[in-house]
Design a binder for this molecule. Structure first.
Ligand code: ADP
Ligand code: MG
Length: 696
């Protein structure tokens, strides 16, 4: 099947071809992102209105939506401009008023002729204790009563569209929905009590009560599952594709790894050992590794990476570790160099700052195989960087990389195994959505002996007190990060804030005690500032969020975050993770500008109450919705239109294992169910995935 299956043609036709959809309406739909009948079929009503016919409005608790049959009485046209047009009506027991603003009398005379019976449906309100219905939603002849659904679905609208118009378009789109062969595992479908696809699409548009709108409803669940399954099939196809790409069997003999681990003053945690075992087993296989190492800040991912890099070296190959920032790359290099030295392997650092002869020399040694381990920034993926025998690429802290970027990286070729490390403790459902194409190793255990970080909140009004405290702590030999907020609108304001904080702290604490680091600093100055802080020459490091990821200075035990309310929870968690890394007691002070809004207060209190990154991530998701947790735009996290991954999280895991199993049993999707799954991919516009299906 090389193109879209014919059965789906009607769903992907032009909107203008639908009954009752004019050119103007099409424009309104376009504004809503609705371009095909399929999009209309997938436009879910978000609420509904009970339109059940009643005898009278008498017992209604106004305001409420009511449907009654009335006899139309006298029309009362407005006596002055700007006043409403009113029509007296009477149901079986009570008189009330229909009210219209800016209405044409002629039109109302035909719609509601005096003396005739009509069904009216709309919101009844009390105005000067007289019941009235302003602009009824529906006015029907009694014989049309059965065209009004008992329970009317309500759709998200944009200006210019009425509910009636959307309902008509949706109905027309539904007529185009074909019967489709089932792609869901029959056992799962039976167990869940899910309807067929076509029935499900019809059901979601014909709720009978509020309960039918819940995302636990079988029809809604089914459609959500379809969407998640299509997504997971895409990821599984990408994964299978990558696995087919042969990796180089990279089997270490453990000689270097045990030398390095043996020289450490501590033993690896159980979780680290497990992860190292999983990774080295993957590397030893002829299939290319594509693994995610997920572990909260401070869980010791670097050591795991080093063990993997040494394994590559043991096997006579090379490894590369890529960090997102210069500072981090340098820090990794400095931390790992002594280990490499003790194992007798050559490690080098390559960043955008390497220029000229120095860079040429490194590139030469890399291509010649004299360098075993390369640490660097994005620079290591530049075109002219060639390895002699690259076996492993480790990408650190790359939660800003999405599926698409990873696919691009894979296409770059190289048969190297890939290990991605992330410290973003995202909820499982999101992890599966974002990293479902990878295998997962989890560092769910922190190195022993960590002292919890005590977190407290304070208003910036108490800044003087805070600085006085800080002076005492510094006198006791402690070190502190002082984080200034990123001002979104303006980089220069951000810098000014950091600069002026640097100056006030320097004035209070003394010359030479305070350092400053931010993104705009010339590289050499940045390095010098970091180095001064690492060596404890400076005691306080004023910084913008450049220190967010990965930086490790165990002696720094105080973290002050200014305008903490302007940061996201994940970011605060990352920042706080910079302290509590040594054996000393650590504190984190969240400074806020009063007054603190309710939502912000909740977020900061959550930070105060827990250090559990996963709990913070789950609550963050619940508070903000998935789009914001990792910043959809940059994360590569797909947007789902049918699935609600916060509230239907369990479906994601099922979809993943189901998708992987389907592909394992039928890699070319040729079985009847496989063919149906192809249709699903087209239906969900996963055209890219279809190209990944193995041909022949
Ligand atoms: P992250 O997972 O945030 O990247 P790091 O790899 O930077 O964490 O490790 C944080 C700190 O913990 C480092 O100082 C490291 O030396 C130390 N560390 C790592 N593993 C252990 C362990 N098993 N026992 C004690 N300390 C460890
Ligand atoms: Mg790290």
């Amino acid at each position: 099947m090389s193109g879209r299956p014919e059965s789906l043609f009607p769903l992907f036709g032009e909107l203008a071809g639908l009954k009752g959809v004019g050119r103007k309406t099409v424009r309104h739909y376009t504004a809503l992102g609705i371009e095909t009948p399929r999009d209309l079929a997938f436009l879910l009503p978000h609420s509904g209105v009970n339109r059940r016919l009643r005898a009278t409005i008498r017992d209604v608790q106004a305001p409420d939506v009511v449907t009654v049959e009335v006899e139309v009485g006298n029309h009362l046209p407005p006596r002055q401009r700007g006043r409403p047009y009113r029509i007296l009506v009477r149901d079986s027991q009570q008189e009330f008023m229909l009210v219209f603003f800016h209405a044409r009398g002629e039109y109302l005379q035909t719609l509601l002729p005096t003396g005739q019976r009509r069904l009216v449906s709309g919101k009844v309100e009390l105005f000067d204790s007289i019941a009235q219905m302003v602009h009824p939603d529906h006015v029907l002849r009694p014989e049309e009563a059965d065209t009004l659904p008992f329970y009317e679905p309500i759709y998200p609208l944009s200006a210019g569209l009425t509910q009636r118009a959307v309902q008509r378009s949706v109905t027309a789109a539904l007529e185009r929905c074909p019967d489709l062969a089932e792609w869901i595992d029959p056992r799962l479908k039976a167990q869940m009590g899910w309807p067929d696809w076509k029935a499900a699409v019809h059901q979601v548009h014909a709720p009978q009560s509020a309960a039918d709108l819940a995302n636990t409803h079988p029809a809604r669940q089914r459609l959500a599952y379809d969407e998640l399954l299509a997504h997971q099939l895409t990821l599984a196809l990408a994964r299978a594709e990558r696995k087919r790409a042969a990796g180089v069997e990279t089997r270490g003999d453990g000689r270097l790894v045990s030398k390095v681990l043996g020289a450490l003053p501590f033993a690896p945690t159980g979780a680290q050992q497990r992860a190292i075992a999983e990774i080295t087993a993957d590397m030893a296989s002829a299939q290319r590794m594509n693994r995610l190492l997920q572990g909260d800040v401070g869980s010791g991912k670097t050591l795991v990476a080093m063990a993997a890099l040494l394994t590559a070296a043991e096997a006579g190959g090379q490894g590369v570790l890529m960090a997102p920032t210069e500072i981090l790359a340098r820090q990794h290099f400095e931390g790992l160099a002594p280990m490499a030295a003790s194992a007798g392997v050559r490690i080098e650092l390559l960043t955008g700052r390497d220029k000229g002869r120095e860079r040429a020399r490194k590139l030469g040694d890399l291509a010649g195989g004299q360098i075993d381990i390369l640490i660097g920034t994005h620079a290591v993926f530049q075109k002219d960087v060639a390895f002699s025998d690259l076996r492993l690429a480790v990408i650190d802290e790359q939660h800003r990389f999405g599926v698409a970027q990873r696919m691009a990286l894979g296409e770059k070729g190289a048969r190297a195994h890939v290990l991605v490390m992330t410290a973003t403790p995202i909820p499982r459902s999101l992890a599966l959505a974002q990293y479902g194409d990878m295998d997962l190793s989890l560092l769910d255990e922190k190195p022993p002996g960590r002292v919890p970080v005590v977190t407290s909140l304070a208003s910036t009004e108490r800044l003087d007190e805070v600085v006085a405290h800080l002076a005492r702590a510094v006198a006791e030999g402690r070190q502190c990060y002082w984080v200034c907020p990123l001002v979104e609108e303006s980089e220069s304001v951000t810098l000014t804030a950091a600069q002026s904080r640097f100056e006030t702290l320097r004035a209070a604490l003394g010359e030479g005690v305070v350092g400053l680091v931010h993104g705009q600093l010339p590289p050499a100055e940045k390095d010098a500032a970091m180095a001064d802080f690492v060596a404890a020459r400076t005691r306080v490091l004023v910084a913008t969020t450049v220190i967010e990821v990965g930086v490790n200075v165990p002696n720094a035990t105080i973290m002050v975050i200014e305008r903490a309310e302007s940061f996201g929870l994940a970011q605060l968690h990352q920042l706080r993770g910079r302290v509590g890394r040594g054996s000393g007691a650590s504190t984190c002070l969240l400074l806020y500008d009063p007054p603190l809004g309710e939502a912000a207060a909740r977020r900061l209190k959550l930070m105060r109450d827990t250090e559990d990154g996963f709990r913070i991530a789950e609550e963050d998701l619940a508070m903000r919705g998935s789009g914001d947790v990792i910043g959809t735009a940059q994360s590569g996290l797909p947007r789902f239109r049918l699935a609600d991954i916060e509230r239907q999280a369990n479906l994601m895991a099922i979809a993943q294992s189901d998708a992987r199993k389907l592909l394992a049993d039928d890699p070319q999707l040729l079985s009847p169910r496989g063919q149906a799954a192809r249709v699903l991919l087209w239906l969900m516009e996963r055209d890219k995935a279809i190209r990944l299906i193995r041909v022949g």
